[in-house]
Design a binder for this molecule. Structure first.
Ligand SMILES: Cc1ncc(COP(=O)(O)O)c(C=O)c1O
Length: 361
């Protein structure tokens, strides 16, 4: 009755046990600074009364996306976040025995979804100095390679693809008939997009989300941009409607008001402040330039657990437990200077007390 590969797939419920209202959520690269009561009230005012009793017609969202990106509405397909988009792309394009290439480390749901859809995954691994070798990618590709997912810019290791790498990979995928998918979740924090190449390359998909710079992780909305044939094909996977009425109305409001702009400025200020403090304390860190997160190196893996637990008791949530080569790092999402200074205060307190005295609890 049960499928073997699903029985062996372990899933964990995400984001549990956080005091989101009173704490500081720096563990999932979300918007840590809540919308004000006034802003929230204004958003709700935009949602019509009939929204909850009628099945939504989300065509205005397609129209808005089309005018926002200056592309035809048929070049979009809306999904419940990039995560659902990834799942539907894998489901619709990868057959049994096909292979998918994904960077490592990157967003962990790539691994989960490949297991869910029972397709073989090959990892393009970061070097110890946080670089990727194009030759390593070439070695991973074979006749069975169907899709390459590239996260640009990437996290947890912040990494931005150079124009020459992107061009070489586009040409490689065209030649070998491989679908190339760019995950541009962190685009607005300062990197260049591949949307410009959509006309020239028919095997290209770009994924975007409302979860990061728009600061709307809770509404679970994202979309892909590609040629009409690909969008039409992947959209066959949709359930009754792409999303619900509340989500789509909030996304409309967010696009119309380009709310990412203010948030990105806020995050950049917090990032500048954090980097300055980490530099003057001679800390070893990486990132904070073109994404909304930074890695901080600790002496060993055990310390990453101790620091994460210590901060969690103070209701400041950060992430540890990363694979090589960042097993000794913690990741801190970037936020306003006010939130970052609360984190820093506790971080330095912990370091002083436990690391310097070596009395680690
Ligand atoms: C690279 C990347 N892509 C996608 C996501 C998730 O996006 P969404 O909330 O739209 O599913 C994340 C979340 O952390 C991410 O890091």
């Amino acid at each position: 009755m049960f499928k073997k590969h699903l029985l062996s797939l372990k899933r964990y419920q995400t984001s549990e046990n956080r005091d989101v209202l009173n704490g500081i959520i720096l563990d999932r690269n979300e918007r840590a600074d809540h919308f004000s009561k006034k802003e929230f009230k204004n958003i709700l005012k935009k949602i019509p009364r009939y929204s909850i009793n009628a099945t939504p017609d989300i065509s205005p969202l397609y129209k808005q996306l089309s005018s926002y990106h200056k592309l035809h509405g048929n070049n979009f397909y809306v999904t419940q976040g990039i995560t659902e988009c990834m799942s539907q792309i894998i489901y619709s394009f990868a057959k049994k025995n096909d292979e998918i290439v994904v960077m490592k480390p990157t967003y962990p749901m790539y691994d989960v979804l490949c297991k869910l859809h029972n397709v073989k995954l090959r990892h393009w691994k970061f070097k110890k100095d946080f670089t990727l070798e194009l030759n390593d990618l070439k070695k991973l590709i074979n006749r069975r390679t169907k899709i390459i997912f590239l996260v640009n810019p990437n996290l947890p290791i912040e990494y931005e693809f150079s124009e020459s790498y992107k061009k070489a990979i586009l040409d490689l995928c065209k030649k070998k008939n491989i679908l190339l998918v760019y995950d541009e979740a962190y685009y607005y924090f300062g990197s260049s997009s591949e949307i410009k190449n959509l006309k020239k390359y028919k095997n290209l998909i770009i994924m975007r989300t409302f979860s990061k710079a728009f600061g709307l992780s809770g509404i679970r909305l994202g979309y892909m941009i590609a040629n009409t044939k690909i969008c039409d094909y992947v959209s066959k996977c949709r359930t009754l409607v792409e999303t619900n009425s509340l989500t789509y109305q909030i996304a409309l409001w967010a696009l119309k008001n380009q709310i990412y702009k203010k948030h990105v400025i806020n995050v950049k200020k917090g990032s500048k402040f954090l980097i300055k403090k980490l530099r003057s304390a001679k800390e070893d860190f990486h990132g904070g330039k073109c994404t909304n997160a930074i890695l901080i190196k600790l002496p060993n893996y055990k310390d990453t657990i101790k620091l994460t637990n210590y901060l969690s008791r103070k209701k400041i949530y950060i992430r540890n437990n990363f694979p090589k080569p960042i097993e000794n790092y913690v990741r801190v999402s970037l936020a306003s200077t006010a939130k970052i200074s609360k984190f820093l205060k506790e971080y330095f307190k912990w370091k002083k007390k436990y690391i310097k005295s070596k009395k680690i609890p």
